[in-house]
Design a protein around this ligand. Structure first.
Ligand code: ZN
Ligand code: ZN
Length: 236
């Protein structure tokens, strides 16, 4: 039996050789832009993956638990290979820029939390950035020229922050955790009103006449930039 060549070989090589610049370029294509928080995601992901030293083929061998849905998470998804789609990304809606990466075989985990003073220290390292950041990102204002200038600054910071020592950016903990069960395969049912196929765990009513949550006008969870909330049909 040959060893199956999986899709993350190139990323694993980059992790082993600490090619943070290469990893950042990959994350940029996924995230859409360069920013300091994807650099942090790259660094946390690279550190955790080399500590745990296991390949990840997206079959939940490695699980990442993120505590905030922000730019940081995209760095984590690409570098660790734990994604929204392969069920190895767990979202704990705490609003902290932190990640715990764990391996399934023995529960060994590392948690990296962005230091509470990181933002202020980062802005202090690049003093011209903060007013522009507040204008462009905070208030969604500023001229096209200012936006352009900000993007250049932000990209340069993202690259330079790769070189800041990890300990200045993160609090790092070594942990042993119990991982959640593997995602279960669930049957699909056909909603008796809209005719759409839907996971059985997301239906209500008798099996012979199942209803999807929308047709049943039931509440369901919704993940947006605001985090997770429970909403009714009228709100979506
Ligand atoms: Zn970003
Ligand atoms: Zn329906």
């Amino acid at each position: 039996m040959h060893e199956h060549a999986h899709g993350r070989r190139a990323i694993e090589t980059m992790i082993r050789s600490q090619d943070l610049g290469g990893l950042l370029r990959l994350v940029e294509t996924f995230h859409g832009h360069l920013c300091p928080f994807i650099s942090l995601g790259v660094k946390a992901g690279q550190y955790a993956m080399s500590e745990l030293d296991r390949p990840n083929t997206g079959m939940e061998e490695i699980v990442a638990i993120v505590e905030c849905n922000n730019c940081f998470t995209d760095g984590i998804q690409v570098v660790t290979g734990c994604t929204f789609g392969n069920n190895a990304l767990i979202f704990k809606d705490l609003g902290k820029t932190a990640v715990t990466v764990a391996r399934r075989d023995d529960g060994r985990a590392v948690r990296l939390l962005v230091r509470p003073d990181y933002r202020e220290k980062m802005f202090a390292r690049y003093p011209n950035t903060k007013p522009l950041f507040q204008k462009i990102i905070g208030q969604r204002q500023g001229s096209a020229e200012e936006r352009h200038r900000f993007e250049h600054m932000w990209e340069a910071i993202a690259r330079r922050e790769l070189k800041t020592p990890l300990e200045e950016q993160f609090v790092i903990q070594s942990l042993s955790i119990t991982l959640p069960e593997y995602a279960r395969l669930v049957d699909s049912l056909i909603c008796s009103v809209c005719g759409e196929s839907v996971m059985a765990t997301r239906t209500v009513g008798p099996v012979e006449q199942p209803l999807c949550l929308e047709c049943a006008r039931r509440e369901h969870y919704l993940l947006t930039g605001q985090g997770i909330s429970c909403v009714s049909r009228e709100q979506t």
